[in-house]
Design a protein around this ligand. Structure first.
Ligand code: GLU
Length: 422
């Protein structure tokens, strides 16, 4: 399929993920055998599956489910629908989930899934058919105590309801805990939809304190206006920040006086894009990343901040609501320029943390209040930030290396304690 995404021309994301791991392994002086184990996924499933389209013809789609590591618990991680999905991308995303769950210290390993499809070209009925058949094809791997999918790029609570229902139909009874990010009416958790953005804002508050940069009055640019980006805009505006620019896959909008996130969301719902929002100037995604602002939130796809544009980034803090937006070369450039990066595995871990709360609630059939969920999320995010920040200070490394050191050390300890079978 033709690609319009810069990811296709950018460095191989799986090589990036492995390089990040190698760097942490080096800092931790990890045993060479353990390095060999942790730098590859444990299981990879590729499925080619048919879907009957609305006009009656049969289309075959390709999808993946990868489990990177299960030492600390069942695999956990989302499923994305995107025309540029590759096995390498899903491998990288699965590995990042292992470190993400570890850095916030929740009892999961890492997994990820993806289907090569542009879901915007499918009807709702076709999407349901694709989702139910994909869920069936990956059902040998998934289950509430083995591998628990969740939403990711272009999937949502409805997608999860279909997967939960399909899995439950096969077993003959309702199994809520097989996926998280479900609608609240079918075993979902309050606060899950906002959790990725809320967690990112908690880490931004901590970073703001560490750098003496209050969120109130800070100018913010947000790349991506999906679940993470749009809700981060809402929450940051509520903190008193000024949202000067936002974008989506079709382009960006800019107003130094500030955009009203609720009105931008309303415009996007109506027109399918943020572009054209009244009273704002237009700008490209590339221009947005280089804007003069205090906080930059990449909340879209991988490989957005590279050695090409990193020298021109002007923000003081980069908060990675997306997975993998910054390449290792760019990390070093930003670090040398004194720009503080809150790395993805920490910054966007609020999503999987509330997924964990959802799974616990499903297991116990006992549901928490939203206040309890948000407070428990804050405790976990604050604690994770403090551990990573302390590690970065102690070893004079940037926050990504520090986050990896915290995360990889925990996974290595679990793997060592369990030992090698047989
Ligand atoms: N897709 C989200 C992520 O990348 C959430 C995963 C989950 O909740 O399991 O972290």
């Amino acid at each position: 399929m033709a690609s319009s995404n810069p990811v296709a021309e950018a460095p191989n994301i799986w090589a990036v993920a492995q390089a990040q791991f190698d760097n942490a392994a080096e800092h931790l002086a990890l045993d060479p055998g353990l390095r060999r184990v942790l730098r590859v996924p444990k299981r990879e499933l590729t499925v080619n599956f048919p879907v009957t389209m609305d006009d009656g013809h049969v289309e075959v789609f390709t999808g993946y489910r990868v489990q990177h590591n299960l030492s600390r618990g069942p695999a956990k991680g989302g499923i994305r629908y995107h025309q540029d999905v590759t096995l390498d991308e899903v491998r990288a995303l699965a590995m990042w989930m292992t470190w993400k769950c570890s850095v916030v210290n929740i009892p999961y390993g890492g997994g990820k899934g993806g289907v090569i499809v542009d879901p915007k070209k499918l009807s709702q009925r076709e999407l349901e058919g694709l989702t139910r058949r994909f869920a069936t094809e990956i059902s040998p791997l998934i289950g509430p105590d083995r591998d628990i999918p969740a939403p990711d790029v272009n999937t949502n609570a409805q997608t999860m309801a279909w997967i939960m229902d399909t899995f439950s139909m096969h077993h003959g009874y309702t199994i809520h805990g097989v996926v998280t990010g479900k609608p609240v009416a079918v075993g979902g958790s309050l606060g899950r939809n906002e959790a990725t953005a809320r967690g990112a804002v908690f880490t931004l508050r901590q970073a703001g304190t560490a750098l003496n940069l209050p969120l109130a009055g800070a100018r913010v640019a947000i790349e991506g206006y999906g679940n993470a980006g749009s809700i981060a805009a809402d929450l940051l505006a509520a903190e008193g920040s000024t949202i000067i620019a936002v974008s989506d896959s079709t382009g960006g909008i800019f107003n130094t006086k500030g955009l009203d996130p609720a009105r931008v969301s309303g415009w996007k719902r109506e027109h399918g894009t943020v572009v054209g929002f009244p009273g704002a100037d237009q700008l490209s995604n590339e221009e947005l990343l280089e804007l003069d602002c205090e906080i930059l939130v990449p909340a879209a796809l991988e490989n957005q901040i590279t050695d090409h544009n990193a020298p021109r980034i002007q923000a003081r803090i980069v908060a990675e609501a997306a997975n993998g937006p910054t390449t290792p070369e760019a990390d070093q450039i930003l670090f040398d320029r004194g720009i503080f990066v809150i790395p993805d595995i920490l910054c966007n871990a609020g999503g999987v943390t509330v997924s964990y709360f959802e799974w616990v609630q499903d297991m116990q059939s006992f549901f928490w209040t939203e206040a309890r969920i948000n407070e428990s999320l804050r405790e976990i995010m604050d604690h994770a930030f403090e551990s990573v920040y302390a590690m970065s200070q102690r070893h004079s490394v940037h926050m990504r290396t520090a986050a990896y050191m915290v995360a990889v050390a925990r996974v290595a300890e679990a793997t060592n304690l369990r030992g090698l079978y047989p």
